[in-house]
Ligand binder design. Structure first.
Ligand code: GLN
Length: 455
C-alpha cells in the first residue's frame, strides 16, 4: 500500500468492503514484523465504511487507510499517548485534524506506537513495546512518532499523522525512509493533540510519495477557532513558490559523518540551483535551549495527570493519590523531564535558566531570519546518524537527546521543515532536511519535487 493512488486503484477494482476484509487481516499479520500499531480502530473502521456509502466517491481520501499517532484523539477510541497512565483512556471527541480527514473520506485504521507522551527519539520509551525499523529489525525506527513512520516505511499504509515538538516527525521519517513534514507553528490545529510542549508542538503528515504528503497537509491545515495559536494559511504563500538559492548552514555540517554529508551534498548539487554557505551562530545552542523550554512546558502540561481528572488512579487519600498515581504510572523519561521542568521554573532559577533560554530562542529565530534574507531555503541532514540499534542509547539520555540536534532549532523558531529520503548507506535510509521560513511549505515542496525528479 505504497501510495494513495495504488489503494484507490485496488478499491476501484475490488470494491471497498472486499478490500477492507482482506486488507485488515493482511495488515495485522504484517504489523507483527515491526509492531508499529498499538491497536487497530475496529469500531471506527466499521462506522466509516458505513458512512462512506453516503459520501461522494471523489473525496480526496475516499476509502484511503491512514494510521494515527496515539497522542491524537479519535472519538470513542483509546488514546494512550504511549503511557500506562492513559492505558484505558477513551477519547471523548475528535481532534480537529481527525474531523478533517474523516470529512475527506479517510479510514482511520489504527493508532501507532510512540515514546511516552512523545518524549524520545527511538520509540523505546513507549510503556508498551518498542517498534522496529522496517529496514533492519534490530534497529530503531526513530521517535517519537516511530510507529507512524514505520508503518508508512513498511508500506502497510500510504499515509499517517504524527506530532513534532523537537523532531518527532522528521527524525523517524528519516530513519524509515519516508517523507515527513513538520508544518509552520500554527499552520495545523493542535486541538485534540495530547500536549507535550505547547509552544513547540505541531501535527504533521507522513507519506511514501511527496504528492500524498502535500495532499494530506492541504487537508489538515488552516485556522481552527478551537486552537487560538492556529492561523489561516496565507494564500499568496501557496502561489509564490519559486526558488533560486539554497543555503547550506556551515554549523549543520561540522563534525558530521562523511558518508551522510556526501550523500546530502551530492544530491543538492545535482539540482543546479545556486548554493550558498550561511552561518547560524546560535543554532548550536538549540539542544540546550530546547531542554530548558520543553521540560518547563512539559511539567505544566503533565500536571493534569494527577489520578483525579484522567486515566488511572492509585492510592486513597488526596496526597497519596497524586503521589502513587504519578509514581506508578509515569515512566522514567517523563518523570525526568517533569523534575527538570519544575526545577528550571522554580524561584531563583527561573531567571537563570528559563528566562535565558527564552532569550536564546529569540536569537535562534533571528539567526534564521537573517539567513532567509540571503537564501530561499536551507538544507541540512535530518539526523546526525543512521538508524541506531535497539538499546544502543537507552542508558544514556544525553546521547538520545543529541539525535535531535538538527531538528529542535526549527521548532524553537516555529519554522516548517520536511524530511526527504535521499538514498541509502549500508542499506539504511538517509534523509535530508529542507527548512523554510514561516509558511514557506510550498517553497519546500518545490525543492522536494526537484529532488524527487532527480531520483
Ligand atoms: N526527541 C525529542 C524529544 O525527546 C523530540 C520529541 C518530539 O518531537 N515529540 O523531546
Amino acid at each position: 500500500m505504497e501510495s494513495i493512488q495504488k489503494v484507490k486503484d485496488i478499491i476501484e477494482k475490488e470494491g471497498i468492503e472486499n478490500f477492507y476484509e482482506n486488507y485488515l487481516e493482511w495488515l495485522k499479520e504484517k504489523d507483527k514484523e515491526i509492531k508499529g500499531f498499538l491497536f487497530f480502530t475496529e469500531n471506527t473502521i466499521k462506522e466509516t465504511l458505513k458512512r462512506l456509502k453516503q459520501l461522494p466517491k471523489n473525496l480526496p481520501l475516499y476509502g484511503v487507510p491512514i494510521a494515527i499517532k496515539d497522542n491524537i484523539l479519535v472519538k470513542g477510541e483509546k488514546c494512550t499517548a504511549g503511557s500506562k497512565i492513559l492505558e484505558n483512556y477513551i477519547a471523548v471527541y475528535d481532534a480537529t485534524v481527525i474531523k478533517k480527514i474523516k470529512a475527506a473520506g479517510a479510514v482511520i485504521i489504527g493508532k501507532t506506537n510512540l515514546d511516552e507522551f512523545a518524549m524520545g527519539s527511538s520509540t523505546e520509551n513507549s510503556a508498551f513495546f518498542p517498534t522496529l525499523n522496517p529496514f533492519e529489525k534490530n534497529r530503531v525506527p526513530g521517535g517519537s512518532s516511530g510507529g507512524s513512520a514505520a508503518v508508512v516505511g513498511a508500506k502497510l499504509v500510504p499515509i499517517a499523522l504524527g506530532s513534532d515538538t523537537g523532531g518527532s516527525i522528521r527524525q523517524p521519517a528519516c530513519f524509515c525512509g519516508v517523507y515527513g513534514l513538520k508544518p509552520t507553528y500554527g499552520a495545523v490545529s493542535r486541538y485534540g493533540l495530547i500536549a507535550m510542549a505547547s509552544s513547540l508542538d505541531q501535527i504533521g503528515p507522513f507519506a511514501n510519495k511527496l504528492e500524498d504528503l502535500i495532499l494530506l497537509f492541504e487537508i489538515i491545515k488552516g485556522k481552527d477557532p478551537k486552537d487560538s495559536t492556529s492561523l489561516d494559511f496565507p494564500k499568496e504563500k501557496m502561489t509564490k513558490t519559486e526558488i533560486k538559492t539554497i543555503g547550506v548552514p556551515v554549523e549543520f555540517f561540522e563534525n558530521l559523518d562523511d558518508k551522510i554529508k556526501n550523500t546530502i551534498l551530492k544530491k543538492i548539487q545535482k539540482t543546479n540551483l545556486k548554493i550558498k554557505e550561511v552561518s547560524l551562530k546560535y543554532v548550536k545552542y538549540g539542544i540546550h535551549c530546547y531542554y530548558l523550554i520543553m521540560p518547563a512546558e512539559v511539567s505544566a502540561n503533565l500536571a493534569r495527570y494527577d489520578g483525579i481528572r484522567y486515566g488511572k488512579r492509585g492510592g486513597e487519600e488526596l496526597w497519596e493519590i497524586y503521589k502513587i498515581t504519578r509514581k506508578k504510572y509515569l515512566g522514567k523519561e517523563v518523570k525526568r523531564r517533569i523534575i527538570l521542568g519544575t526545577f528550571v521554573l522554580s524561584h531563583g532559577y527561573y531567571e537563570a535558566y528559563y528566562l535565558r533560554a527564552q532569550k536564546l530562542r529569540k536569537a535562534i529565530y533571528e539567526d534564521f531570519q537573517k539567513a532567509f534574507k540571503e537564501v530561499d531555503l536551507l538544507i541540512s541532514p535530518t539526523s546526525p546518524t543512521l538508524p541506531f540499534k535497539l538499546a544502543e542509547k537507552t542508558t544514556n539520555p544525553i546521547e538520545m537527546y543529541l539525535s535531535d540536534i538538527y531538528t529542535v532549532p526549527i521548532n524553537l523558531a516555529g519554522l516548517p521543515a520536511v524530511n526527504v529520503p535521499v538514498g541509502f548507506i549500508d542499506n539504511l535510509p538517509v534523509g535530508l532536511q529542507i527548512i523554510g521560513n514561516l509558511f514557506d511549505e510550498y517553497k519546500i515542496f518545490t525543492l522536494a519535487k526537484i529532488l524527487e525528479n532527480i531520483g
